[in-house]
Design a protein around this ligand. Structure first.
Ligand code: KG4
Ligand code: ZN
Length: 325
């Protein structure tokens, strides 16, 4: 079995996965959403302190598996430096105490492997990753062959939902609450401009849309928020669909996946499904409980890394921080 630890942002999570079968035998996640909600976003130092309390508590529950653990995996990048270090420190301690090797896992590879929890991998795969930190399209050929073909030039898709929720005083995270509000609203009432419509560049941008929404919020009453939320979600999703449609003209998808916290958005899932229809492409999605950050996805990557002997020495393990948050 491998023990995996995730602490790249505001979720403290540990999983235990069976190497031979990919079976998830243990998974526990403690989210910090309530603690950060009052600030309208994640406060890194607060998150780090909460990880330091939560991770050892979860680890205690894994004790029955200790004898069978062959390696300890941990998210090392990208993420918040102060929170990643909490997971890495614990992983190093486990590595020394149990005398087992360390596996350094990339968080984004983790999101891709959220598709394969308790399953076999399926490649090649075109992946749209939409989370709080990233919006990007990747061509994934194998565990070690992942090419990013487009990414956001500023805010991410999930982050823009968080910011819109903050403007409306709806707390953090914004995705689920904006999606719920949007369901009651009129998608066509506010005519927000779809970003980068006239640029041929395969890239994403959400800062302009965010500012347009800010102006609309400032000029409106709270009873208009549902229509603003609906029009925002419509435009934010249309931007992704528009850029992907162009990309597919020269790169028709065979297997396509949406991963990351914001892949839980049912409106986006529906729009992507429609987009894929003419291509007869298979759409892969993670179970809703594994869309947002978790340790099961990190454990699933670690199983494949273990099989390929991709270990990192204790001295080499360090965190690679994401500069922007
Ligand atoms: O993958 P994740 O848990 O953390 C990062 O790696 O960033 O993603 C969290 C992000 C947050 O920005 C959250 O608002 C967004 O995913 N999110 C959603 C939805 N559920 C979560 N965005 C849009 N619609 C949702 N239903
Ligand atoms: Zn994530």
């Amino acid at each position: 079995m491998v023990l995996s630890i995730e602490s790249s942002c505001d979720d403290s999570a540990i999983a235990v996965t069976e190497i031979a079968t990919n079976k998830l035998v243990f998974h526990k996640k403690i989210s910090q959403e309530i603690e950060h909600s009052v600030y309208g976003g994640v406060v890194p130092e607060l998150a780090a302190r909460l990880h330091a309390e939560a991770l050892p508590k979860i680890l205690e529950q894994c004790e029955p598996y200790f004898k069978k653990i062959k390696a300890v995996a941990v998210t090392t990048s990208p993420g918040l430096a102060v929170t990643l270090i909490e997971g890495v420190t614990l992983a190093k301690a486990v590595s020394v105490a149990l005398d087992i090797p360390l596996i350094a896992v990339n968080h984004l590879t983790g999101h891709i492997y959220s598709l394969f929890i308790e399953k076999e991998t399926l490649f090649p795969l075109t992946v749209l990753l939409v989370s709080g930190g990233h919006t990007q399209v990747m061509e994934v050929r194998s565990l070690t062959d992942i090419a990013t073909v487009a990414k956001s030039m500023d805010d991410s898709f999930g982050e823009s939902f968080d910011k819109v929720a903050k403007m409306m005083g709806l707390g953090y995270p914004g995705g689920p609450v904006i999606e719920k509000l949007a369901k009651e609203g009129d998608r066509k009432r506010y005519d927000f401009t779809v970003p980068l419509l006239r640029t041929p560049k395969f890239a994403f941008s959400y800062s302009g849309l965010k500012n347009a929404v800010r102006l609309a919020v400032e000029k409106s009453e709270s009873e208009d928020y549902k229509d603003i939320a609906a029009s925002f979600e419509y435009t934010a999703s249309k931007h992704l669909v528009h850029k992907l449609k162009k990309y597919f003209q020269t790169n028709p998808p065979k297997n396509f996946a949406i991963v990351g916290g914001a892949s839980a958005n049912l409106y986006l899932r529906g729009e992507i499904k429609k987009l894929l229809q003419p291509y007869n492409a298979q759409l892969l999605l993670s179970d809703l409980e594994y869309c947002s950050d978790n340790a099961a996805m990190i454990g699933r990557v670690a199983v494949d890394m273990y099989k390929q002997g991709m270990f990192t020495s204790l001295e080499e393990v360090s965190v690679a921080a994401r500069v922007k948050m």
